[in-house]
Design a protein around this ligand. Structure first.
Ligand SMILES: C[S@@+](CC[C@H](N)C(=O)[O-])C[C@H]1O[C@@H](n2cnc3c(N)ncnc32)[C@H](O)[C@@H]1O
Length: 254
């Protein structure tokens, strides 16, 4: 499986990336949280697995609605931030530091999500499928799963080989190429602050909607539904993100 191999996501990339979460507007995050609650029928007391949860962008608003959230992530500082925010807000969120391929829940959750482009990180494509299988196993029969991920067709239609942004004194430069044989965006990320620079090579495998549907079906999910926005617009090449839902069948032997 290669879990012991050092991936870009295990280095200091995510701690350095942290300020970029502040570029996502609260409006967008709230719309996503509301959408998840509605689409997944998440009532107070229901159990939700947020894997990987990051700094709790979605875990926190869900917990605020009384949903019992378990957050899994590999970045220690993110889980610490999530725990301290939850504590300050009087919320209880279970946090587990683990590689998403190594979670071992069995029929525990009413719903689960891999959200905010946390998919396609692994060198071997079989590990992407493994993360779906682990999420499937974590669900109670009848439980729902959401993959919220960038749309490959949007990337191809709007490919930008170089861009940069700046937030709170941190300059972030990205240089990208697209590997068409493997459907991988190969990027160099440069984080620059106070005259110091740190760069990372980041490879992310990206998928089109029909490929994810196939992977969902192979995993065992049924009732697969796809949307391009939180207002249920269909996916096309102008939708940057995809919301793909699947359900673990009520009677399943997997
Ligand atoms: C783009 S962030 C998204 C976080 C969150 N889902 C959100 O929507 O804000 C990706 C997250 O994946 C986590 N991550 C990366 N590789 C991981 C792995 N192998 N296992 C678990 N978490 C991982 C990172 O630490 C980071 O928090």
């Amino acid at each position: 499986m290669g879990a012991r191999q050092q991936g870009w996501w295990q280095k200091n990339f995510f701690p350095d990336f942290r300020p970029l979460f502040d570029m996502i507007s609260p409006r967008q995050t709230n719309a996503e949280a509301r959408y998840i609650i509605e689409k997944m029928n998440l009532r107070p007391g229901r159990k939700f697995l947020d894997c990987p949860c990051g700094i709790g962008r979605i875990a926190l608003p869900l917990a605020k609605k009384g949903i019992r959230v378990t957050g899994v992530d590999i970045t220690t500082s993110y889980l610490e931030e999530l725990q301290s925010k939850a504590k300050r807000r009087g919320l209880k969120i279970e946090c587990i530091e683990r590689d998403m391929r190594l979670i071992d829940f069995n029929e525990k959750f009413d719903a689960a999500g891999n959200l905010g482009t946390s998919f396609g990180y692994f060198e071997n494509q079989s590990d992407d499928l493994l993360t779906l299988k682990k999420a499937y196993r974590a669900l109670k029969p009848g439980g729902k799963f959401l993959l919220h991920v960038t749309n490959r067709d949007w990337i191809i239609a709007h490919f930008v080989p170089r861009d940069w942004s700046e937030i709170k004194g941190l300059k972030v430069i990205q240089k990208r190429t697209f590997d068409y044989e493997k459907s991988i965006i190969r990027s160099t990320w440069v984080f620059a602050r106070d005259g110091r620079e740190q760069d990372y090579q980041v490879d992310i495998r990206v998928y089109s909607c029909h490929e994810i549907i196939k992977m969902f079906a192979r995993t065992g999910f049924v009732d697969i539904q796809t949307f391009g926005t939180t207002t249920d617009e269909p996916i096309d090449r102008n939708q940057r993100m995809m919301f793909i839902f699947g359900t673990r069948p009520k009677a399943s032997g997997r």
